[in-house]
Design a binder for this molecule. Structure first.
Ligand SMILES: [Zn+2]
Length: 378
C-alpha cells in the first residue's frame, strides 16, 4: 500500500475556517459593544477568522519572549492552590525526513525505545517496527509500568495542511488498529507539535477516533500572543457546524503551546536563554549547546537553591498564560534520549531540582512524578 503522507510540509494555511470556543470574559473584551444576547450567541461559536481581523500582525519586540510580552506575577497567586507541574519528557522522530524510515530506525529510534526507562511521549508508529524486534520480556516492561503513553497513534504526526482527509484517516486507522491488536490500547490524547499549521479536519478525525484531548504547537505567533493575553490557549475546538447541534459531540479539548518551539528553551517559560540552562543534554562537553551562550550547570548542593528558583520563576511566568493550576511542561526535542547518558543527565539533575521543590513547601509547587523513575502522569 502506498500512503500519500508527508510530514510537515511547510505551508501557510492560517486563514482556514476554524472555530474556537472562548469564554464570556474574552468575548466581552473582543466585542465590548455586544449585548448579552449577542455575547451568548458568540459564546457558542467564535470564528478564528474574526480574531484575525482584530490582529494587526505587527511584530513588536516582546523582550525575552521575542514575539510575546513581558509576563508579571505578584508571588502570592499560589498560596491557596499550589502550582502543579506536569513534566512530559518526549522525543520527536521524523520518519523519512532526512534519512529513510529504516535509516532513522536503525540509527536513532530503536536506541531511544531500547533506553526507555522513563515515561516518554510516542506519537509515530515506527514504534511498531521496534515492537516487532523486541522479545516478550521487554514488551512487558514499558506498558506494564505505565511509563509510556502512546499519543495520537497514527503512522506519522501527519502534515495537516496538504494531506487529503482520506490519507489522514487511513494512516490513523492503520495505526490505531495496530495498537488495538498488539497492545489493546486506544490513544486518548493527540500530540501534534511539528506540523506546520493545524486543520479542523484532523481535529474532527481525532475526536472520531476516540481522542479526548490534543496538543498543538505551530500556530502563528500573533494568534498565540493574543490567546496568551486572554488566557485562552486551552479551549474546546468546535467544528463550524457544532453550534447548531444540541450536544457538541465534536468538541475536543485543545492545548496550544504558547512559545516559539517545542524544544526545551521554548517550553519551560518565556525566556529561552534561561530555559536552555535546564536542558541538561546541553551541558558543556556534550554534543549540543545553548545558542544564547549561557550553558546549563550540573545541579549541586551549592547551586540547587539558585537554580530551582530561577526555573520556578519561568514556570510561574508560563502559568500566568493559563487558567488551569496544572502547568504542562514538555521536556524534549528532535531525536532526544538516544544515549543512556542523556536519560541519566536529565533525570538526575531534574530530580535534584524537584527534591528541592518538595523540601520547600513555601514555594507552593507540586511536581507530578513518581519515585523510582517515571515523571508525570495525567
Ligand atoms: Zn518533525
Amino acid at each position: 500500500m502506498v500512503l500519500i503522507l508527508q510530514d510537515e510540509i511547510k505551508t501557510q494555511q492560517y486563514r482556514q475556517h476554524t472555530t474556537v470556543f472562548l469564554t464570556v470574559e474574552t468575548l466581552k473584551l473582543l466585542f465590548p459593544d455586544a449585548n448579552s444576547r449577542n455575547v451568548k450567541y458568540r459564546l457558542s461559536a467564535l470564528q478564528l477568522l474574526d480574531v484575525y481581523d482584530l490582529l494587526p500582525f505587527d511584530n513588536p519586540d516582546g523582550g525575552a519572549w521575542k514575539q510575546g510580552f513581558e509576563i508579571g506575577y505578584r508571588g502570592d497567586e499560589w498560596d491557596e492552590q499550589p502550582l502543579e507541574l506536569f513534566l512530559v519528557p518526549h522525543s520527536h522522530n521524523d520518519p523519512g525526513w532526512l534519512k529513510t524510515f529504516d535509516g532513522y530506525y536503525q540509527d536513532q529510534t530503536r536506541h531511544i525505545l531500547d533506553n526507555m526507562l522513563q515515561k516518554l511521549k510516542w506519537a509515530e508508529i515506527n514504534f511498531s517496527k521496534w515492537w516487532n524486534d523486541i522479545d516478550d520480556q521487554k514488551r512487558a516492561t514499558p506498558g506494564g509500568a505505565g511509563q509510556l503513553e502512546l499519543v495520537t497513534g497514527g503512522w506519522v504526526m501527519a502534515d495537516e495542511a496538504n494531506s487529503h482527509y482520506f490519507a489522514l484517516l487511513d494512516q490513523l486507522m492503520e495505526g490505531h488498529q495496530w495498537l488495538h491488536r498488539h497492545l489493546g490500547v486506544t490513544p486518548s490524547s493527540g500530540w501534534a507539535i511539528d506540523p506546520f499549521g493545524h486543520s479542523p479536519s484532523m481535529t474532527y478525525l481525532l475526536k472520531g477516533a476516540g481522542l479526548q484531548n490534543m496538543v498543538i504547537q505551530r500556530v502563528h505567533y500573533a494568534v498565540k500572543k493574543h490567546f496568551a493575553r486572554q488566557q485562552t490557549l486551552e479551549f474546546l475546538w468546535r467544528q463550524t457546524w457544532g453550534e447548531t447541534e444540541k450536544n457538541n459531540n465534536h468538541d475536543i479539548t485543545c492545548h496550544m503551546m504558547p512559545f516559539y518551539s517545542y524544544d526545551v528553551p521554548h517550553t519551560c517559560g518565556p525566556n529561552p536563554a534561561v530555559c536552555c540552562q535546564f536542558d541538561f543534554h546541553r551541558l558543556p562537553g556534550r554534543r549540543v549547546f545553548c545558542p544564547w551562550r549561557v550553558p546549563p550547570q550540573p545541579i549541586t548542593d551549592q547551586n540547587v537553591q539558585e537554580r530551582a528558583l530561577l526555573l520556578l520563576d519561568q514556570y510561574r511566568q508560563k502559568s500566568q498564560l493559563f487558567r488551569s493550576p496544572v502547568l504542562l511542561v514538555p521536556l524534549g526535542d528532535d531525536f532526544r534520549f538516544v544515549e543512556t547518558s542523556e536519560w541519566d543527565v536529565q533525570f538526575t539533575n531534574y530530580q535534584k531540582l524537584f527534591d528541592y521543590f518538595e523540601q520547600h513547601p513555601e514555594l507552593h509547587i507540586k511536581v507530578r512524578h513518581r519515585r523510582g523513575g517515571a515523571w508525570g502522569r495525567a
